[in-house]
Write a protein that binds this ligand. Sequence first.
Ligand code: BG6
Length: 518
Amino acid sequence: MSTNGQALDAALGVNPLREGLSFQEAPPGHTLIIFGGSGDLAARKLIPALYNLERNALLPSSLAVVGLGRRPMDDESYRARQLEATTSFSRTGKPDPELWNAFQQGLYYVRGDFSTHAGYEDLKRELADIETRHGTGGNRIFYLATQPSLFPEIIRLLGETGLNRGPGTTRIVIEKPFGRDLATALDLNAIANDVFDESQIYRIDHYLGKETVQNVLVLRFANVIFEPVWNRRYIDSVQITVAESVGLEGRGTYYEEAGVLRDMVQNHIMQLFALVAMEPPVDFQADSIRDEKVKVLRALRHLEPDQVASNVMRASYGAGFVEGREVPAYRDEDGVAPDSTTETYFASRFFIDNWRWKGVPFYLRSGKRLAKRASEIAIQFNEVPHLLFGESNPDGVPPNVLALRIQPDEGVSITFEAKQPGLGMRVRPVRMDFGYGQSFAEESPDAYERLLLDVMLGDQTLFIRRDETEAAWRAVMPILEAWEGDPVSRLPTYEAGRWGPRQAGDLLRADGFRWRRL
Ligand code: BG6
């Protein structure tokens, strides 16, 4: 946004962070109840996000946050722990003492055993007390941030103890991974939709809260120049990369059970894919957008078991150096079996069987311990039908590429051809670049800030609907089934700190493409 734009916003009283949300009024009072309140997600993401919302005066005037857990702790020590965590993980650094002090007055810890009715009955009493103290109007958000295997039981017990219907609005946020395959996702949906109405359920995928991910929709549907060429007539291929340099970050036990297919592909990458490939929705209402995403996920061509090996590549990292630091092989990480065959790298080729995309390959890749953290969606256009400058450019000219950089260095670039200065007609690719950091003065909110606010506002646009999560699982099930049906004793490896296994290039080479260098 330009400086003029900001001045205009200030004059109009528009808060830039809230601009674009469908509700302009402040959210009503709420109590946010976090199952897994003393865990990692609360400390790294949820509490820092809430603090930053408070810092930007975006929280309701009455908000209470109740962390639930088994560890013995009182409110004071919970607050101290969360201050420490927020100091380490907040995007705005060390909290302002005065602001934090006001914020922490609403932070509580309730210890209990949440596998029994008694735990929930105690919680009810605590909630009644806290709600009166803070005047939250009885609006409740239950946030499931425990290990995923506990989700069904918590939901069931919330239902059995009547906590699915509170004195005000009641909503539930369910973290990913949503099930570990289609069958468990169906089961989880069955119980969630039995206890809660779909309008109360917020299945979260934090990639949808990223500004640059939402920008995919703006780029496609707020400009006239892209949509006419956004189809098989002009697009040769699409590459979606979500590369991470980090390893397991202490989550070896979880990751061993998940692997990159469940951890990143079924959710984050499928969401990126759906936003790039979906048809224009009729409006910006939650269900209009989700209808289109479901349609395109359903149009993904299912791989037959004998097609998996030639369209999908998996591997796990060996030892190496990442950002100058020596790191162990995946099999030597804490919580990982020495003979593990869990994949930390995934690459695949997908096709969409619909009018817009028939025949256009979508190449997806994601991995841990890669050369750097870089996520990008790259649209490669066709070559020109007839090259006029062939004599001066005997090797042809590279095709146009539109690259949407999701993170870091968020922005969009277009590569196109230009005449190289001189007497001949040599053609060279050049790049036109838009960078968020340069064009907009304000820093983007963290994905969790946006999403937590949306839950309080009752806006489901950036959350996954029941049929959407099922469609995304259906898309990846043939791969999981093929892997499970043909177990291997060892996966190919790649050196940590590199761009993945050599064989991943073969997928594209066969079609005359290469992975982009990021
Ligand atoms: C999480 C995964 O959902 O996303 C992690 O469980 C991964 O394994 C993380 O590291 C990546 O998120 P971001 O926002 O850092 O790209």
